[in-house]
Design a protein around this ligand. Sequence first.
Ligand code: AMP
Length: 592
Amino acid sequence: MERPAIIHKLASEQRTPPHWTDFEAERRVDVWGLARRALQGLPGGGLNMGFEAVDRHAGGVLRDRIALRFVARNTPALDLSYGQLAQQTNRFANVLQDLGVNKGDRLFVLAGRMPELYVAVLGALKNGTVVTPLFSAFGPEPIATRIRLGAGQVLVTTDALYRRKVKQIREQMSSLRHVLLVAEDGGITNEPGTLDWHTLMALAPDTFSTVATQPDDPALLHFTSGTTGTPKGALHVHGAVVTHFATGRYALDLHPDDRYWCTADPGWVTGTSYGIIAPLLQGVTSLIDREEFDAERWYTLLEQEQISVWYTAPTAIRMLMKAGTELARRHSYPALRFVASVGEPLNPEAVWWGQEALGLPIHDNWWQTETGGIMIANTPAFDIKPGSMGRPLPGIEAFIVEHLEAEGEPPRVRIIDTPNVEGELALRSGWPSMFRGYLNNEARYRQCFAGDLYLTGDLARVDADGYYWFVGRADDVIKSAGHLIGPFEVESVLMEHPAVAEAGVIGKPDAMVGEVVKAFVSLKDGYQPSEGLRMDISAHARKRLGAAVAPKEIAFLPSLPRTRSGKIMRRLLKARELGLPEGDTSTLEGGA
Ligand code: AMP
């Protein structure tokens, strides 16, 4: 069906007046200054993310408002008010103090979406301890790599995850001083070499003075993947809370009486910035569903929990579309007024589907681990062009640039002034949630900047109306179900298998999850390709990497294409897989 290229929006037609409507006027405002002044700051000066998210409300009129509402199958919902969350996070900050864990120390959380994860993250922030949430579907290898790289001193996890994924690799993480276990059955754990969360929490006082962090003190460490080498630890500071606050209004249009649901897992950056921090900053009630995706369940939750603002992702939307519009229409969503999506390209069809199934279009927005918060968005304030990521938010300046040299150091770029020309998406540095470094990798950090422009690694174009359109990644990282996967991490684990001589990993386009991880392997002498061997390599990868990261497909090749300098040419593997032109193969070892 032919669809119009624009969905027009009138502020006057919206039930709740949006926080902003005039794009040009708002861009002239000092948004960061305004956001900073709306926050409270610490009593003796300083700024702390956990304090602003929780204690600012717990000490005011929102004290008894439900902050977090946890739902799961076969168990009653569990509500935590802002006041209760303040007490719980105080207890945890006291636990950390008692253990000698202080400001600047590093804590990792490996857990499903359970209350203790949220308490641990926010309590650690109040203690000035730097937090890294890990995805609970990671296998032992990604967990150990990240804790080692981050020199984590404390790990909070569950007894079951500890036994399945951590115990056997514990000695590889020599920095770990304390492991705190939450018993999944609600009881007490007595695993040797660990501490029991509930026992420690019960003994800890529920008052705490937030540690005096400054805006530039580190708060969160989020791991993200690059094309080569180990994952990169992007360091974020407490001052990022200013962006979280502003974007919670500008991009998600949160108002204090909203009931909000972010479907992202806190093991990924969206689930932390917009699943924990941003909604709490606005004093809303956040729904947290502890179950996995289920179309019928999700519609029921949207209806019964009277969700008014919903932030989800393209893979989930495509799965809902697959389940059929009819299923969506069996429910009604009178409370729902704003739906947004992030993480991968959202095709125009999905934007329109929202209109048909939920009665609202879906607002795509763009950001990445390094930016710490939403940068480009479709918002309630202006018309949507389905298929576009929207326009830069107030306070953000975006550009399309071209590189003047292929691999210059430092990079040199030129801003492309002509609309609709593809190039790399760049942002003028200086927004409060910009990452402040890759842990122990200053050189890699410097490569991200050309003067004061931060280079995102994404290819895009901007049209004459200032709307940005995603084109693709400039590198080989893989986006599967919204999760960024580094091919190198997967290749390294495949190479550990005794039969594998070389491995090259690509993202193969997939209608549902965007891309699936596909591996090409060549075998060592003495091994022959067989279905049995393929299954064995696959099982090895799943065991070490976890189901979320392991390849879904493995193909055997006699040898892999390499450059003359010895790098596997993933680009060529991908072109061959997709039957696309092979492009420039002049660097191919042995010629094309
Ligand atoms: P991550 O750092 O894991 O959040 O992944 C960030 C990357 O996801 C970006 O650099 C983009 O490649 C991709 N991404 C995020 N949002 C969008 C979007 N709205 N459209 C297309 N790609 C997106």
